[in-house]
Every structure is written in structure tokens, then in C-alpha cells.
Design a protein around this ligand. Structure first.
Ligand code: G3H
Ligand code: 13P
Ligand code: ZN
Length: 311
């Protein structure tokens, strides 16, 4: 099976009341950890690449590894550009074999967001590529995605029909209180998501796939593991799994996970070195990192996404 776009997988996810995991990839061990988990549980997957990940791993290497993963597993896998910053980057990814792109115009004035998203959709749809747009801004600070908490604002449901109709996007990322990175809420703060906004958006957009960014749970046992093995991470509060299950059962068809993969890889490598201080063969410590990625992805599929046996 070749790489697929997200059209059919979202339709099935919407109808089946589950979500597809969109996992950020940066290197071979992360890709293998993810797709091995999906193969074991017979789950579709979205492998997504940020502009900085593309720069780090280099476009041709990533594409070749993702194609190898598809050939080896036979699973429906989409290769998606995460947070496409402009038309040119989206075009470059579409021309380079991506089957899905996000154009993130959420920081732009509304009309500019509509215009650039429409332009990407026209180019993408003519080539069989699906497009995710975004309305509303997530809080949190993470590398290239930098929105201060003060500027954060929720998606305004009154805008969604106009945006979707005028742009022709295939899915819409919304801001309901999630944020990027490990530190999503202030210490001691109770995590809360605006499910009322999600409900109103899905009422206005029947049978339309919604995307949740910033959806890592940042489980305390992983932070503890990192710290038990020599790390020094402050306590973090992520999105509770129960809330993600609720989202996955609704119109949310794509749940983005990066920080939990970073945490798992780091925990696996730190544990390896703590237990084997003399090791210096990358296959040994990266192999343990890959195992941790595999475990965390299986856990997501089974306990949060509900995408097991949905191939
Ligand atoms: O949402 C952003 C992702 O976590 C990607 O982060 O730009 O550091 O690759 P990155
Ligand atoms: P997390 O930082 O919560 O994993 O979110 C990742 C994301 O939204 C990638 O686009
Ligand atoms: Zn994101």
C-alpha cells in the first residue's frame, strides 16, 4: 500500500468514534518505535514532520524511512507536515511526497489565514493531498511554535463555517485549552478543556474532522523515570487521558503527540545509561529508547485513541 492521505482514515474515525494518533517524527528510532506499535495493534497512523524536524533529519532521509515503514507494515500511513508556516513550505512538502499538510495561519489576521489556507488547498487538492487548517491559538511555548499564554485565545465557533467553506480544508485544528510542550498548566492548576467549544464547533460542522494539538499527557511516571535516572525535570501537568478519550469519541479525529514521545525516548536512554554506565554503542541505548517509544504508542492506541484494529 502506498502512503495515503487522511480523507478515508478521518471518515472512518469520525464514524467509529475514535481518533488517529499523529506522532511527530525526527529520526529512525522514533519512526520504527511508532510503526512497530501500530503494526502490533493493527492501527492506522499519521507520521508528522515539523519544519524544524525536516531541517534536522533532512527531507529525503525522512521520506525514504517513512516509505520503508509503509512497505514493511502495509498499514495505512499518512505523511503529514505539522505546522506548515507558509505556502512555499507546504508546496515543497507536497512536491516532495507528503500526502497531507497543515497550513498554520492561526497567528495571522483572519482574512490572511483564509487566503493562505485557500491557496494551499488549491495546490494540494489538485495533487490528491489533504489539508489541515487552524483557527484559534494554543497557549504554551515550544521551539518554533511560540504563542505566549497572554496571547492565547480559544477558537471562536462563529468563524468555523465561514473558514471551512471559503478555504475548502479537510480538517480543522481548534484551540480549546491544550498547549504545546510538557508544561501545559501552571503548577497546581487543574487541567481543563473547553469541551463546550468543541461541541459547538462540531454542531456547526457536521461530519467534519477536528484536530487536537498539544495533546500529550506528560504522565508523571515518565517524568519520575527521567528524574530517577539523572534528569532534572520540574513536575509537569499534561492533558488527562480521560479528557483525550472524551475528545477521541467526539468529532476529534486526529490527536497530536510529540512531547510524550520525547519524554519516552529520553526516559529509555537515561535508564539505559543508569543501568549500563559503561555502554557506548548507540544501538544499545537508542534501541532502549525505541522500545520506550513503542510502549508509549501502544498505550496511546489502546487507552486514549481507540484506533486498535481499525485498519
Ligand atoms: O507542535 C510542535 C511539535 O511539537 C514540533 O516541535 O518544531 O520542535 O519539531 P518542533
Ligand atoms: P504535544 O507537545 O502536547 O505533544 O503536542 C504536539 C503537537 O501538537 C504537534 O503539532
Ligand atoms: Zn501542534
Amino acid at each position: 500500500m502506498p502512503l495515503v492521505n487522511t480523507k478515508e482514515m478521518f471518515q472512518k474515525a469520525y464514524e467509529g468514534g475514535y481518533a488517529i494518533g499523529a506522532f511527530n517524527i525526527n529520526n529512525m528510532e522514533i519512526i520504527q518505535g511508532i510503526v512497530d506499535a501500530c503494526k502490533e495493534l493493527n492501527s492506522p497512523a499519521i507520521l508528522q514532520v515539523s519544519a524544524s524536524a525536516r531541517k534536522y533529519a533532512r527531507p529525503n532521509y525522512l521520506l525514504a524511512m517513512v516509505k520503508a515503514a509503509v512497505e514493511e507494515t502495509g498499514l495505512p500511513i499518512a505523511l503529514h507536515l505539522d505546522h506548515g508556516p507558509d505556502f512555499e513550505t507546504c508546496k515543497d512538502c507536497i512536491d516532495g511526497g507528503f500526502t497531507s499538510v497543515m497550513i498554520d495561519g492561526s497567528h495571522l489576521p483572519y482574512e490572511e489565514n483564509v487566503a493562505v489556507t485557500r491557496k494551499v488547498v488549491e495546490y494540494a487538492h489538485a495533487r490528491g493531498v489533504t489539508v489541515e487548517g487552524e483557527l484559534g491559538q494554543l497557549a504554551g511555548v515550544e521551539d518554533d511554535v511560540n504563542v505566549s499564554a497572554e496571547d492565547a485565545h480559544y477558537t471562536q465557533p462563529e468563524q468555523v463555517e465561514d473558514f471551512v467553506t471559503r478555504t475548502g480544508v479537510d480538517s480543522l485544528a481548534i484551540a480549546i485549552g491544550t498547549s504545546h510542550g510538557a508544561y501545559k498548566f501552571k503548577p497546581g492548576q487543574k487541567p481543563q478543556l473547553r469541551f463546550d467549544i468543541l461541541e459547538e464547533v462540531s454542531r456547526r460542522l457536521p461530519n467534519f474532522p477536528i484536530v487536537l494539538h498539544g495533546a500529550s499527557s506528560v504522565l508523571p511516571e515518565y517524568v519520575k523515570m527521567v528524574n530517577d535516572f539523572g534528569g532534572n525535570m520540574p513536575d509537569a501537568i499534561g492533558i488527562p487521558e480521560e479528557m483525550l478519550r472524551q475528545a477521541a469519541a467526539s468529532a476529534v479525529c486526529k490527536i497530536n503527540i510529540d512531547s510524550d514521545l520525547r519524554l519516552a525516548l529520553t526516559a529509555g536512554i537515561r535508564k539505559h545509561f543508569a543501568e549500563n554506565p559503561g555502554h557506548f554503542d548507540p544501538r544499545q541505548y537508542l534501541g532502549d529508547g525505541r522500545k520506550f517509544i513503542n510502549e508509549v504508542v501502544k498505550n496511546k492506541i489502546e487507552t486514549v485513541l481507540g484506533s486498535k484494529d481499525r485498519v
